[in-house]
Design a protein around this ligand. Structure first.
Ligand SMILES: *Cc1c(COP(=O)(O)O)cnc(C)c1O
Length: 402
């Protein structure tokens, strides 16, 4: 059955931005204003039904759009923009970042298969694997984020997927993605990466051996803490199975949210530069503050994964963790309760600073011996001096709670 999803820019009429710089791609890829009377932005198409001109066309489904769940000019614009950024053959859009994790796992795993998941993974990914994947008869193992090429020893004949996330959620361990991908593919597995932290601006997984790149577009692409969306991008080999599963599941994203994320992409590059600059300045400053044992930010020379980060990534985003020198939950809560600018809340990638006390009780392998409570900081777009003053308040309160 033809599905006629043409994501590639038509070379006869459209400018191809795939070889331009990343900021040019952020500004221009996805839609062509000439497709809609020259308006700069694409229309938000709200649709279930698409009409066919006659019965024969309907029977053959021989037109570009056939039903709302199978794509619209709005979803094509965002998916096309993400393809240009990721260098992927195709991208699906799903209602949340978590759905962007679960859908490809369901697409590529069957009963009797084995999946290897990095132990520093986003917790809801682990929850999905430990509940639904296990119930469906998939064998689940977790591996050390620092495993590198040694992952070859963990591969089984039935290992169908190796799931990576780098840096790790909350503790920011850097994975040697090219080494893991090489060994995993030699063993016949599909390699997936949750690339939410770096965004395609700072790391492009498909250029490093990954087959499927996953993003919580909820974070920096949306950028304003008001939209949930996920994207999954595949190389040529994995695209047919991914899009088929997307259609089978009916797990499509809503048009207004898709539009908001496309809008967010246009400014994501400059927002990220500011997040990066402020986060690095604050992370370096934190390393010299009393009461701080360590700062977990791969952009710092002191980070054990710094060399890998420098080799593979072209930048860092605005989220990292700080480990206090001694104490526990009481000191962590004292830090959080003293903050006035930082909000206490989950998620990140918005314009505002956020803090959480990290829980590491789910780890089975990546259990570092942290000196004290681990606090995750998302550095927003506020003035750095104000953010530092707020963190100083938190550190003083934590010290006072000893
Ligand atoms: C937030 C996050 C997700 C999930 O995104 P939601 O849109 O909140 O469901 C997935 N992976 C990582 C690494 C995340 O940080």
């Amino acid at each position: 059955m033809p599905c006629n999803r043409t994501r590639q820019a038509d070379p006869m009429t459209k400018r191809d931005y795939s070889s331009t710089g990343i900021h040019t791609r952020l500004a221009h890829s996805g839609n062509d204003p000439r497709d809609f009377y020259g308006f700069v932005n694409p229309p938000v198409v709200h649709a279930s039904t698409v009409l066919f001109p006659d019965a024969a066309t309907m029977a053959a489904r021989n037109q570009k759009y056939t039903y709302g769940t199978r794509g619209t000019p709005t979803t094509d614009a965002l998916a096309g923009a993400i393809d240009a950024l990721e260098g992927s053959a195709g991208t699906i859009l799903v209602p949340s970042g978590l759905a962007a994790v679960t859908l490809p796992l369901l697409a590529f795993l069957s009963a009797g298969d084995h999946v290897l998941i990095v132990d520093s993974v986003y917790h809801p990914t682990r929850n999905f694997a430990d509940t639904m994947l296990k119930r469906l008869g998939v064998e689940v193992d977790y591996y050390d984020p620092l495993v590198g090429a040694e992952i070859a020893a963990l591969m089984k004949p039935n290992t169908k997927v190796v799931f990576t996330e780098s840096p790790g959620s909350n503790t920011f361990e850097m994975q040697d993605i090219p080494a893991v991908a090489h060994a995993a593919k030699a063993g016949g597995a599909v390699v997936m990466m949750d690339n939410t932290w770096a965004t395609p601006v700072y790391f492009r997984p498909l250029e490093h051996g990954v087959d499927i790149s996953i993003h919580a577009a909820t974070k920096y692409p949306a950028g304003h803490s008001d939209v949930l969306l996920g994207t999954v991008s595949a190389n040529e080999a994995c695209w047919p199975k991914l899009i088929e599963t997307h259609y089978t599941m009916g797990c499509c994203a809503a048009p207004d949210d898709v539009y908001q994320v496309l809008r967010g992409l246009r400014t994501m590059g400059v927002r990220l530069e500011r997040h990066q600059q402020s986060a690095l300045e604050i992370a370096r400053w934190l390393e010299g503050q009393p009461g701080v044992a360590r700062v977990l930010h791969p952009g710092l020379a002191s980070h054990p994964g710094h060399e890998i980060w420098k080799r593979d990534f072209s930048g860092s985003s605005g989220i990292f963790s700080v480990v206090l020198d001694g104490g526990g939950e009481k000191q962590g809560h004292a830090f959080l309760d003293a903050l006035e600018i930082f909000g206490l809340g989950y998620s990140w990638g918005g314009y505002e600073s956020l803090a959480v006390l990290v829980w590491l009780g789910d780890r089975t392998v990546a259990k570092a011996d942290y000196e004290g409570p681990v606090l995750r900081l998302q550095i927003g777009l506020e003035n750095v001096e104000d953010i530092k003053a707020d963190i100083a308040r938190g550190l003083a309160a934590a010290a006072g709670a000893r």
